[in-house]
Design a protein around this ligand. Structure first.
Ligand code: AHR
Length: 655
């Protein structure tokens, strides 16, 4: 192992924040040499994005703002899970009913038989939400439900958000009467000054006896920019703050489903919620598909990011696949239709549907991925499937760049060979130690004349990789500082090779931290119904992505274990020096800068440093966060000491 050669007793004094830091000067020559006059390549403009799928209750119980779990009574075939009977002096029973459906898409309703009720003695149903209904003070909620009443029912429906113990009503409203045919009822519930809590339920009660059926019972808090059927603002803001340039969706395994019938069948995720049946997703729970294709596109647009659309390519996780040839044609047509929905003119068949959903302008689409991790298809059919998709899509949209879901990290026999993909997707879930090794030269070796690289899923983990087994061991849902070091190390490697690694995104992105909500660890951002926090890895990625620069500078290191990447913002002259020190001792780095006319004697250092085991959590969200400080004594040859277990972005102002 190399260690920095610190030979001199000479020290420089640098002002860091309010304190003084002493930096030993190495007498052994520069450990980081930056040639400001030599930009080796452009930084990929799409470099840092986000990967997403329905896992860990990322959407239902996460970013998708709906608060009612099992709103359509389709989540379990035999019981109205997440619903319970409420008897406030009255009496009632409930059951799933397949004989009185809302429509053919939502074939099950909830039948409520109220056997006793009168003024002041009500009965009804309650939903426990996603680990509680989050209540915030002075907030307006949009409640809605479909209902029909049997002949003889003469009651009204009281809709309320109530504490779990039933003693506090945070907000309520009333529908005075129901019709005998299905009708949607909508009302606004406004909370008062009571403190925020998740110990609450959504309750619908009646003071009249008789039978009522319910369907699509919904409750929305305020959404991002008040968009209907929209997003949780605090979660979306965390993502916007990362300045992502693209959103890769809809997966991940979520694209493929366990079986072909469980794939992300995008046509069934469009239009009014009454036309969305939802589907069984691979991560052990059903998806409402409230966050469907159109919402993915709106999500990307809200972040000012570009969609990277993955189309289903005829392989599902439990091994079923569609043979290349005529059998695959319907799936290819489906992908062409999907692309038309995204980028076709409003006059096209599918573009018109998008326009009807409120977005006449086509979305920008430049990259389409064919499948997800198709190297798992041991039949060897991916080569033929990819080629068939490739020819059909290129024939209609020659400008689209097509991504193979099997990259160079896979053995040769698992890669596409019969056509050359424009881009290949590589996935790396690796230990910190492996990422530290990979940070030294992995992408330098890649053939610049070959396909571009999309690292479409990556993430460092601290312990031997058992993402599912670890769930029972009480492991934290999000990674610690040590993992962030591994992540940052790998990012330096990708960034300085971003002429070939044109896009990258960490996975998984989101995790609801409530017990039982997650299927994977580690994940980037954790939340419950009311709170959200970023892991150390979140802060590391944000530090990198918000200080990207647009040209890669020639830089060389010697005699140091510190990992580096150096870029510059051409317009401002700011040079971003990223430094990652995995060691548990501070690491002095002597920086020599050539080729710049002037360098300001002060610079800004953004530092994320902590004990390797330190982490953030829902109750301690800011234990590990970046600190900004000014440093002085900067010149064309100066020494900067990277803190132990530290990630630093140094911003040098040059001309
Ligand atoms: O990110 C979690 C899973 O890891 C993704 O769904 C899949 O693509 C990969 O195996």
């Amino acid at each position: 192992m190399n260690t920095a050669r610190v030979r001199s007793a000479l020290v420089v004094v640098v002002l860091v924040g309010a304190g003084l830091t002493f930096h030993p000067i190495t007498a052994a020559g520069p450990t980081l040499t930056i040639e400001a006059g030599a930009a080796t390549a452009q930084v990929s403009p799409l470099f840092n994005g986000l990967m997403t799928e329905e896992i860990n209750h990322a959407y239902d119980g996460g970013l998708y703002a709906e608060l009612v779990q099992n709103r359509a009574f389709l989540d379990a075939p035999n019981a109205p899970v997440h619903w319970s009977i409420v008897e406030d002096g009255g009496a009632a029973r409930m059951a799933l009913d397949r004989d009185t459906p809302l429509n053919a898409t939502i074939p099950t309703s909830l039948r409520l038989d109220v056997t006793q009720a009168s003024a002041g003695r009500s009965a009804g149903i309650a939903n426990d939400g996603y680990w509680g209904i989050p209540v915030k003070p002075n907030t307006r909620y949009r409640a809605s439900f479909f209902a029909r009443a049997a002949p003889g029912f003469a009651g009204g429906i009281t809709v309320a958000i109530r504490s779990d113990d039933g003693r506090t009503t945070f907000a309520s409203g009333r529908v005075p009467a129901l019709t005998s045919t299905w009708k949607q009822y909508e009302l606004t519930l406004t909370t008062g000054s009571a403190a925020a809590t998740t110990s609450a339920k959504y309750v619908l009660t009646t003071d009249g006896p008789g039978t009522v059926w319910f369907s699509l019972v919904s409750l929305f808090p305020p959404t991002f920019k008040s968009q209907p059927n929209g997003f949780r603002p605090d979660l979306l803001q965390m993502l916007i703050d990362m300045k992502p340039t693209f959103l890769r969706f809809p997966g991940g395994n979520y694209l493929e489903g366990d079986q072909i019938a469980d794939r992300f069948d995008w046509k069934k995720t469009l239009g009014p919620l009454t036309e969305r049946p939802g589907h069984m997703a691979p991560w052990t729970y059903r998806s409402s598909d409230g966050l469907g294709l159109h919402e993915f596109l709106m999500w990307a647009e809200n972040m000012n990011a570009e969609p990277i659309l993955a189309v289903y390519a005829g392989y599902s996780l439990k091994g079923a696949y569609v043979k290349p040839g005529p059998d695959l044609e319907p799936y290819i047509q489906d992908a062409l239709d999907e692309i038309e929905y995204v980028m076709g003119p409003a006059t096209s068949t599918w573009g018109a549907l998008r326009a009807r959903a409120g977005h006449p302008a086509p979305f920008k689409l430049r990259y389409v991925e064919i499948g997800n991790e198709d190297f798992f298809d041991k039949s060897g059919s991916y080569d033929g499937r990819f080629a068939q998709f490739h020819h059909a899509i290129k024939a209609r949209y020659p400008q689209l760049q097509l991504i193979s879901s099997s990259g160079f990290e896979r053995p040769e026999n698992e890669r596409v060979k019969s056509v050359v993909p424009d881009v290949v997707d590589e996935h790396y879930y690796r230990t910190v130690d492996v990422f530290l090794r990979m940070a030294r030269g992995t992408y330098e070796k890649y053939d610049r004349k070959g396909p571009k690289i999309f690292v479409g899923e990556w993430g460092a983990y601290e312990t031997p990789f058992q993402p599912w087994n670890e769930l029972s061991k009480g492991e934290a849902p999000t990674p610690n500082m040590r993992a962030a070091i591994g992540d940052a190390a790998f990012m330096t490697e990708m960034e300085k090779n971003s002429d070939i690694v044109i896009m990258n995104c960490y996975a998984p992105l989101l995790v609801n931290v409530n017990p039982g909500a997650r299927q994977w660890r580690p994940n980037l951002i954790g939340y419950d119904g009311l709170r959200v926090y970023g892991s150390p890895s979140y802060h590391a990625i944000k530090l990198f992505s918000t200080h990207l620069g647009d040209e890669i500078l020639k830089a060389a290191t010697a005699d140091t274990d510190v990992l580096t990447s150096v870029t510059r913002d051409r317009r401002t002259g700011t040079i971003y020096v990223k430094l990652v020190n995995a060691a548990t001792n501070p690491a002095p780095v002597q920086i020599e800068l050539t080729g710049a006319r002037t360098v300001s004697s002060t610079a800004t250092a953004l530092t994320l440093a902590a004990d390797p085991t330190a982490t953030n959590s829902i109750d301690a969200p800011e234990r590990v966060v970046p600190v900004t400080s000014k440093i002085s004594g900067v010149s064309s040859n100066f020494t900067y000491t990277v803190p132990a277990s530290g990630i630093v972005v140094l911003m040098l102002e040059t001309r």
